[in-house]
Design a binder for this molecule. Sequence first.
Ligand code: ADP
Ligand code: MG
Length: 612
Amino acid sequence: MSQSKLPIDILKNEFGYVSFRRGQEPVIDAILRGDDVIGVMPTGAGKSLCYQIPAILSKSTTVVISPLISLMKDQVDALVQNDISAVSINSTMEWDDVVSTFNLVAEGKVKLLYIAPERFNNKSFLRFFHSIKVELLVIDEAHCVSQWGHDFRPAYLNIAPVIASLSKRPVVAAFTATATPEVQEDIKIRLGLISPLIIATGFDRENLFFQVEHPDIKIDFLLNYVKKHRSHSGIIYCSTRKNVEEVCSKICRTGISAVRYHAGLSDEERKSNQEAFISDEVGIIVATNAFGMGIDKSNVRYVIHYNMPPNMDAYYQEAGRAGRDGLPADCILLFGAKDITTARYFISQIENTDIKKADYKKLRVMLNYCHSEKCLRASILSYFGEEVEKENCGSCGNCKSEAELVDITESAKKILSSVYRMKESSGGRNFGSSILIDVLRGSKKAQIKALGFDKISTWGIMKEESVKSLRRKVDFLISENFLQTEDTEFPVLSFNQKSIDFLNGDSKLVMRQKGEKRIFKDSSLTSEKLPEGTMDEELFEILRSLRKQLSTEEGRPPFFVFSDKSLTAMAIAQPTNRSKFMAMPGVGEVKLEKYGKDFIRVIKSWKENKLY
Ligand code: ADP
Ligand code: MG
């Protein structure tokens, strides 16, 4: 591809950003050199810019294949907002409109054309496609081509044959957030990529703060949190419709507005609730996992899981909807013992025994995450097979916890001995944690007596401890692998080499003090630099309402005008002329012309009023 302008100029002038993020430059360079690429970058990393910049530099139209109409629409709207000519063709369009779009492209007036993969099933589209010059073909959400991934989409298999049928092969660039090596290899083969450069920046999302809480009363924790974060936008995930209803109405009763979202609602209500959330009309959406696919709201400041999801894949995907704008965001999981019962019940209903077994195993990993005292980020990354550079990230709930460490060596030995004695006295049987805890607390239940456990030496050796505290210790021993559990609905506990070594050895075991974690966060974690200084909250609110007003006038969500990050920067630097305003992140030439005057006027008058 020939070019006179540099990618960095486009980044600055068209998109208003100062510097490239990790991975963007090498991908752009490879495309411009004419190499195929696979870009594997986490959600929110900025994959779109990797192909949009080459598309802007190219003389021909870049065709982008994307799986969802809503995703296409958002991308096209955002580009048009920056005066970059982008269009999409989708199944909801009238034929006349499709034809006029064809004409626009044929006349060379379109930089980016977004289509769904199903377009390639359509004869007239294919005829059109063969008639135009395409130098770059992009496949977004490329994991959809792979049966390994969870979003397999058969129409993605049409792409390779169509590429092969072109007289001149374009550069092919594939993007995904799903990083496993199997999926990467599958993408390469099934899309027919030619020695692609693979750029994987890893799974980590530095701006996300991970936290697990075991609150006594979840709803209290939640209400307290949302009250403290009134001006922020958040998603609250629940495992059942019933919980969605309850949580949503409890939030509303405090005077904070929230909307609900689950499969039991009418299409209209779901649609209007989603829209109200995306356009910042309401700050909170309470939802089941039905909500989220294809939602691109960049300023979600927190995702709270009111119930534990059944596995890490689901958790990371849902939690990952926070902080797509790169600003700090919270991902909090509220754990309760009941969540385990619910999750096990759902899995027990699965008929296929292989899948069932695999799901119990995934649940175990999720539980370990909930009970772990180690770095949460490290545990997520290692689950996804990523090498963990630092054992402590220094920015998750566990790394930041101020709770004291307590020595639980004695308790752990008592618990493990009891598992051993129970097995010994029952002819080699293993038991679940409830019976174990009954024995340790010296219960006189009929079942305990019938098993003869009231006669063994560990009966009642921890009778002064509460069930809750014992349960926490047992869960901790499981998560640290001192006790083994099976992957079944009612798992029993058993010994392994680690438990034997620990019982016979003299190593110490420490655990964090119980109770709500006191966490001290600093906000130094932003990956892209905001201006130096502190943000004025009042000015931020004023700018937010100006943004709301402008976006309503345009009939678009507020973050199409400016992201929260741009507003934050403005509320810090308080720019009062065009060149200072241009230096704000997210402000390019187009947005400077479009909104500069209004924002500068408001900032000026706010500053003047403050002088009195
Ligand atoms: P994804 O990788 O999930 O497709 P997007 O392409 O949607 O991510 O980008 C997420 C957000 O990051 C968008 O708001 C985008 O404008 C912003 N972004 C992308 N690149 C940069 C950059 N170099 N500097 C600042 N913001 C960026
Ligand atoms: Mg994307």
